[in-house]
Design a protein around this ligand. Structure first.
Ligand code: SF4
Length: 376
């Protein structure tokens, strides 16, 4: 573990409170010495135990609601090291699903502290994470660009930019709202596994192999069953492809996007397991809740299910990507889609039927849609 130099006292206190901040690993290096010591030193057994407990609690309840009572009573150094240990362990996990779920839970835990922090501290934490916050009295002022980066994945409508006071390229936020968007920044920061070298990963797996197996079992990677059965995934419209990519990449998807994806997959013939699998990459994935909501969407009217939203509705929610998606890894997804610009195309199902049949007539517009239920 590299120790680039002892941080000043004020930083040590801040790192203890917010162990996710860049630079905190220097304190971990001081406390634990080397990775081998952190893995083996009997004096650090309590920190390792709590680190494992942090991971398991997050996997059991990614909403961050699972209590770890021992954390509250642990010494500050033990608490700090337990966080670093959990992060190191997840850096050696076989895939990214566990680290994403842990990131959700830890970001929520951090939010509980940030809500109580003075505005100046909130702004300092944000700046250290790379966001240009500054405090002005009881408010936080955030550049629009940073606001969009942080607030876009939040599903609650009250966080949409149109509902914020914007002026001179900045958004003014009460501390409570600023701490909530910062939670997203922390989640994103922690969702990236620590870049560990091959030797470090080997050492960790040697010591913690059984635990990492358990982690992999509790948080399996997003498995796609779309290749099975009658579905033609290559015929999905760009909006649906974008939603699936977002979830597979561990990004959050809005309530409207989740509903649209589940209802669309049902209509094109996916069964419940396949639809539930599509949501496994979501940072807050909860199998029980997802299955319940998917069943609610798909079993309406004797299995008919809810109608997926039309293109106009998806467009109004910012989910239509008919002009292409510059961030998409595949060339065909980066380009505008000619079929989406056909005047008759008003529904993603029309796109799918046309593409999956290799031709065919446009289908009728779907019936008026009932109100959306809860999304997965
Ligand atoms: S035009 Fe319709 S089918 Fe095409 S990306 Fe937009 S919402 Fe999807």
């Amino acid at each position: 573990m590299a120790v680039p130099g002892a941080p000043p006292l004020a930083d040590r206190v801040r790192f203890g409170e917010f162990p996710f901040l860049p630079g905190a690993e220097a304190v971990a290096g001081e406390l634990a010495g080397s990775l081998r010591e952190l893995l083996e030193d009997p004096a650090l057994g309590r920190a390792r135990e709590l680190g494992r407990a942090r991971i398991l609690a997050a996997l059991d309840d990614p909403s961050g609601g699972a209590e770890i009572t021992e954390l509250d009573t642990a010494e500050p150094e033990v608490r700090f090291l337990s966080f670093q240990y959990a992060r190191i362990l997840l850096g050696a996990a076989a895939h990214r699903a566990p680290v994403r779920r842990w990131a959700v839970a830890e970001a929520k835990r951090a939010h509980a502290r940030l809500r109580l922090a003075p505005e100046a501290e909130l702004a300092e934490v944000a700046r250290r994470l790379g966001f240009g916050f500054r405090e002005e009295g009881a408010e936080l002022v955030v550049p629009v660009f940073d606001y969009l980066r942080l607030a876009t994945p939040i599903r609650e409508a009250e966080f949409r930019l149109v509902r914020q006071p914007v002026g001179a390229g900045e958004v003014r936020l009460p501390a409570e709202r600023a701490s909530r968007i910062l939670q997203e920044g922390i989640r994103r920061q922690l969702s990236e596994p620590l870049p560990l070298g091959a030797e470090a990963i080997r050492e960790i797996r040697e010591r913690e192999g059984a635990f990492l197996d358990e982690v992999a079992e509790r948080a399996p990677p997003p498995a796609s069953r779309l290749a099975e059965g009658p579905l033609v995934a290559a015929a999905f419209p760009p909006c649906i492809r974008r939603m699936r990519r977002a979830l597979d990449g561990g990004e959050n998807l809005s309530h409207s996007g989740r509903f649209a994806l589940a209802a669309f997959l049902h209509k094109v013939g996916a069964n419940t397991d396949t639809i539930v699998d599509s949501f496994r990459g979501a940072p807050d994935f909860d199998e029980g809740v997802t299955r319940y909501q998917v069943e609610h969407i798909t079993t309406r009217s004797g299995g008919e299910g809810y109608e997926p939203p039309e293109c106009a509705t998806l467009r109004s929610h910012g989910l239509c990507v008919w002009d292409g998606d510059p961030a998409a890894p595949k060339e065909e997804d980066r380009r505008a889609d000619a079929l989406c610009h056909e005047p008759w195309l008003r529904h993603p199902l029309q796109y799918y039927r046309r593409r999956s049949s290799g031709g065919g007539r446009p289908v009728e517009r779907s019936a008026p849609q009932p109100r959306e239920p809860s999304s997965p």
